[in-house]
Design a protein around this ligand. Structure first.
Ligand code: 57M
Length: 358
């Protein structure tokens, strides 16, 4: 909103001109969000403890997790809250791609918040039913993809890494395809969120990568130079990413092992939703498999485990998602976390490198 107020003044005050640049506003959003989340986080944790809004722990999980009982949850409220505060200051609310991403984030924030509320209120690990959750997620993601096409934000072509021409035109089928990517991303981040800092580290890395991809896609000369589709106004998503990365870093300050707070579904579903939406809106659905490789690995481990158990009554992993397998194999929690961060970083660099190879 500050952007809309300062922009007209920039004609008289040259220094305010800086506020026109997406890069400058993204940086300011990052700084604002990290300060707000660090300051607010401490108070928020104290409040959650006072209200006894703590996590219940499943007894069939790794034994090392039992000591985490009562750790406050709902951390996503201060991640998204801090990011939203920074975005309200720095964002350009006339950008349709930016508004669509915000729409998905807030819808999943609401869904995750409701789920956490039920879990905490009922003091058990079940929240909103899986069916209701999926229905809400698909409705939101489908609407978002419909808006993308209706408002000419993106075309309905499919692009794959390393090839500059589209491989197919899905027409309105793109709504279904895009919705799958967004819902898959949201749930994969949720599955990853099972160790201290395990989800937020790769979220920060993947969001930064997708933010850069959005910036180049929204920059006419850079898009032409890199032979990627030019998508007007999509660069504004870098401002949201700046805010989320700042807020995420502030959250990690408290979520780092041993965690003082968990993000809850309110955080994991909405952050995963944002990543998926930016991947779809920038036409990087397939590259996202590499960028978000850690989330993909976690989700695939669950699918393989469930299918194998149903078909053969045998498990592939000691426990799925795969981070539990490594824990039960004797790796200390922090080793699993840091190694997953390293994998995420390597994949992000690979994905960015692929931009020049087409
Ligand atoms: C959420 N949530 C954590 C916290 C966090 C189908 C099946 C694979 C689903 C899966 C599942 O329910 N996943 C979704 C995972 C939970 O954390 C809360 O949930 C929020 C995210 N949604 O923010 O509020 C626990 O994770 C630990 N944690 C940390 N640090 C953090 O920063 O240590 C979380 C954040 C917390 C805490 O212990 O309580 C969770 O794991 O429940 N189910 C599973 O993951 C279960 N796997 C399983 O059943 N595997 C089976 C089959 C079905 C594949 C198998 O391998 O045979 C495991 N999870 C647990 N116990 N806790 C196993 C049993």
């Amino acid at each position: 909103m500050l952007f809309h107020w300062l922009y007209p003044l920039s004609q008289n005050q040259a220094v305010l001109n800086l506020f026109r640049y997406i890069t400058v506003r993204s940086f300011i959003a990052f700084v604002v969000a990290i300060i707000v989340s660090l300051v607010w986080g401490k108070r928020f944790i104290a409040l959650m403890k006072l209200r006894q809004f703590g996590q219940s722990i499943r007894e069939d999980g790794p034994q090392s997790h039992l000591k985490k009982k009562g750790t406050p949850t709902f951390g996503g409220v201060f991640i998204i809250g801090s990011a939203l505060a920074a975005t309200l200051i720095c964002g350009n609310f006339l950008s349709t791609p930016f508004l669509i991403t915000l729409f998905v984030m807030m819808s999943y924030f609401f869904l995750g918040g409701l789920d956490d509320y039920y879990k905490v209120l009922k003091k058990n690990s079940k929240g909103v039913s899986a069916k209701q959750k999926l229905l809400w997620q698909f409705l939101t993601a489908g609407l978002a993809c419909y808006f993308m096409i209706k408002y000419n934000v993106t075309d309905t072509n499919l692009y794959i890494p390393f090839i500059k021409e589209p491989i197919a035109d899905l027409g309105w089928g793109y709504v279904i395809f895009g919705a799958f990517v967004i819902v898959g991303s949201s749930n994969a981040v949720n599955l990853t969120d099972g160790l201290d800092g395990l989800a937020i580290g790769p979220v920060i890395i993947s969001a930064t990568t997708l933010g850069l991809l959005a910036y180049v896609a929204g920059h006419v000369e850079l898009a032409q130079y890199l032979l990627i589709p030019y998508i007007p106004d999509v660069g504004e998503n870098l401002v949201l990413v700046g805010a989320l990365v700042g807020a995420g870093a502030g959250f990690l300050w408290y979520n780092a092992y041993p965690a003082e707070i968990f993000m809850g579904d309110v955080g994991s579903l909405s952050l995963g939703g944002v990543l998926g939406t930016i991947a779809v809106i920038t036409k990087n659905e397939f590259l996202f498999v590499i960028v978000g490789g850690v989330f993909v690995m976690e989700a695939v481990s669950v699918i393989l485990q469930v299918v194998s158990y149903k078909l053969r009554q045998k498990r592939i992993f000691k426990m799925a998602p795969i981070h539990h397998h490594f824990e039960l194999s004797g790796w200390p929690e922090t080793k699993v976390i840091v190694r997953f961060w390293i994998i995420s970083l390597v994949l992000a660099i690979l994905a960015l490198a692929s931009l020049k190879l087409r």
